[in-house]
Design a binder for this molecule. Sequence first.
Ligand code: UT7
Length: 326
Amino acid sequence: MIKILGTGSYVPEKILTNFDLEKTLDTSDTWIVQRTGIHERRIAAPEESTVSLSVAAAKKALAAAEVSPKDVDLLILTTSTADYQISSSAPIIANELGCGKIPAFDLNAVCAGFVYGFCVAAGLLESGMYKNCLLIGSDVYSRILNWEDRNSCILFGDGAGAILLKKENGAPNILAHDYSSDGSGSAYIRIPVGGSKIPYNSNENIAKEDLYFKMEGKKVYEFTIKEIPACVKRLIEKANIASSDLDAVIFHQANIRIIDAVAKDCEIPIEKFFINIQKYGNTSSASVPLALDEAVRKGKIKTGDKVMLLGFGGGLSWGGVILEWQ
Ligand code: UT7
């Protein structure tokens, strides 16, 4: 069985409210709250970055797990805002934590990153290759957003969450997993410039907004409303449980309307969903572990509970697991 020995999270101190955004953008608190459920988000201080947020969250997860950094033998960072294009950020985090020369790598599945990372970590632990995996979801979208684009910049915030996973003896407790991707929708979420397709030094005429995060929100919304309830239903069926058997749903905090629609469509009482979007907005890879840590610390999850983790976003990529909490 895969045990989550400890969880931790970190958010920057600075709060950016919808009312703050009203001062610089053609938007309103009313519009943002009604369309998304977001009231405020956190913004990293100039000296902070994805690595520093990750280290802060990881330290809390290790403390909760009562595991020394020296006993971590695998570290996975899920992020789409690594500190540098090259090299990856996970080794920097492992070094700063004092984990020694362990395998450490970045995994980028955008907002689905953490749930994809969970699948990779659980698989590697189940195989017996590693014993203690530190899995971190961390993103600093404030650095890649176009703060003049009201369609996207109002949605995101910065944060990090981490969990320490360990394989222990006992019956398998990952009751179901279900992952998918659809690259035909890749252009709906993208930073067009800066990759190998259109490098910064391209001779092409580069529009300033193409240097930043761009999202066709309506298209992504339509995709989620179609694919995510289907994924949730498949998970419930594979786990051989009824939707009423779920004790907690830790869902990607992208839009409260998406959560409401999925709850209704899948006949899961809304009270089962842990919701903190109002405080943090969409923190991409950090979204699920940030909610999970808050739910655990508030005593919302106990041994034996059936917990769903579910993420979706750029790629397009989506998926999740149902696990029995041990
Ligand atoms: O984490 C990755 C996964 N991401 C998601 O799941 C996001 C999915 N998409 C969404 O959550 C929603 O599509 C949004 C919240 C991004 C947008 O909500 P919407 O209800 O789809 O709004 P819309 O884009 O259709 O825009 C409706 C109107 C438009 O005005 P007109 O054309 O009707 O006159 C927009 O220009 O609202 C306008 N609008 C805004 N108004 C005030 C768009 N952004 C804003 C804004 N403030 N910030």
